[in-house]
Write a protein that binds this ligand. Structure first.
Ligand code: SF4
Length: 401
């Protein structure tokens, strides 16, 4: 397990960021901020999908006024996204936001930045220094020739200096880039330079599936090195996907407790006794509707399925026209194949309600035996792919014959 980088801690509303706090998930609304009800509906959807913090653009006076109504009704802390106009940062503070994001690429005036920092300090509101490779200060672009990691980090450090000059240290930083290796290099360089908490993201990652892959590659790599205190996937998709994806990545890396379903399934092969893709899709749809916080396995054959997926909370494997349901690797029930998904959902619900011990105690007494018989019959028909000893002996026989 990787060691998390030690950072300072800040509070975005009631969400702690850095200093050993759980890595938080962020997303951003796509509605017009002046549309208070529409924006709030999206904030609630994002919070429900796993976002701990939501960012909202504050691009004009109407947006700032919208924030004044959104903030007190939001279930999660709101960050105002500020570009170009520092006065909108002051307006957002007046509206009560929990944090500001300033883009050093387009708010460059030192005295304006210091004015915002002083106002934020008075209210105990942190600032994210949000550098973006696509909107880097043109002087830095000229100096470095392109948006290099050094250029991104210099942009962040210049802004931080302005903030520290007025004794403002309630800071988190991002150095986002749309090119994954540059993004990773930028954050590594920054992590070696400062101890402020870092907000990770691959900017303008694009639509699915490419955007998702870029985000996982960049954010996942850094998290695995212990770098990163809060994350955002920037997908060209419904932002609910960003929140879901962010949450799922943290759960898969063991950085957050599982809140929802983790469906695993074998990739299927010539031994499969059922259409694994179709069964997995049906199970996923039904299980997601239930939102059970468990790991569920769908396995194509009973010969290898229960053993390969023994770590799963519950699973089902096909064999000889039946579904062999198992809990922690132990077969507890054998059901007709066309009822296997429904039976799985039913047992999964009971498992969450009653716990593993109770459901193992309620197992059908003949299930293990029925399953063993099916396995033996399949091995007889298909051969035992796991019988390495006899295979090695046969290979040696052929080689020396
Ligand atoms: S569980 Fe069975 S069907 Fe699925 S990949 Fe393994 S051997 Fe093949």
């Amino acid at each position: 397990m990787f060691e998390r980088r030690v950072t300072r801690q800040i509070s975005v509303g009631d969400v702690l960021v850095g200093g050993g706090a759980p890595v938080s998930v962020q997303s951003m609304t796509t509605t017009k901020t002046a549309d208070v009800d529409g924006t709030l509906a999206q904030v609630y959807a994002l919070a429900g999908a796993g976002a701990d913090i939501v960012r909202i653009t504050c691009n004009d006076v109407e947006a700032a006024q919208g924030l004044a109504e959104i903030v007190p009704r939001s279930p999660v802390p709101i960050v105002a996204d500020i570009h170009f106009q520092y006065k909108l940062a002051l307006a957002a503070l007046e509206a009560g936001v929990a944090a500001l994001r300033l883009n050093p690429g387009n708010i460059r005036n030192e005295s304006h930045i210091k004015t915002v920092a002083k106002a934020a300090k008075e209210r105990g509101v942190p600032i994210r220094v949000g550098v973006n490779g696509g909107s880097l200060d043109k002087d830095l672009l000229e100096k470095y020739g392109s948006a290099t990691p050094e250029a991104l980090v210099e942009s962040a450090l210049t802004e931080i200096r302005y903030l520290e000059d007025v004794d403002f240290t309630d800071i988190k930083i991002s150095v986002k880039h749309s090119h994954v290796p540059s993004m990773v290099a930028s954050y590594r360089l920054l992590a070696d330079t400062v101890d402020y908490p870092l907000h990770l993201g691959v900017t303008e990652a694009g639509p699915l599936p490419g955007g998702l892959i870029k985000g996982v590659a960049g954010i996942g790599t850094l998290l695995n090195e212990g770098i990163g205190d809060t994350i955002r996937f920037s997908l060209t998709a419904d932002p609910v996907e960003e929140a879901k994806t962010g949450r799922a990545l943290l759960e898969y890396l063991g950085l957050r407790e599982r809140k929802g379903l983790d469906l695993i399934a074998c990739p299927s092969c010539g031994r499969a006794e059922v259409d694994v893709i179709e069964v997995a899709q049906r199970a996923q749809k039904a299980l997601e509707a239930e939102n059970l916080p468990i790991q569920v396995a769908i396995m194509g054959c009973v010969v290898n399925g229960p053993g390969e997926a023994r770590e799963a909370d519950i699973g089902i494997a096909a064999g000889r026209g039946k579904g062999h349901m198992f809990i922690k690797g132990q077969v507890v029930r054998v059901v007709p194949e066309d009822e296997m998904v429904e039976a799985l959902i039913d047992e999964a619900r009971k498992l969450v309600e009653e716990g593993v011990e109770a459901r193992l105690a309620a197992a059908d007494s003949n299930a293990e035996q029925l399953s063993r018989l099916a396995r033996e019959q399949l091995v007889e028909i298909q051969g035992d792919a796991n019988d390495a000893a006899s295979k090695r002996a046969r290979v040696a026989e052929v080689a020396s014959g």
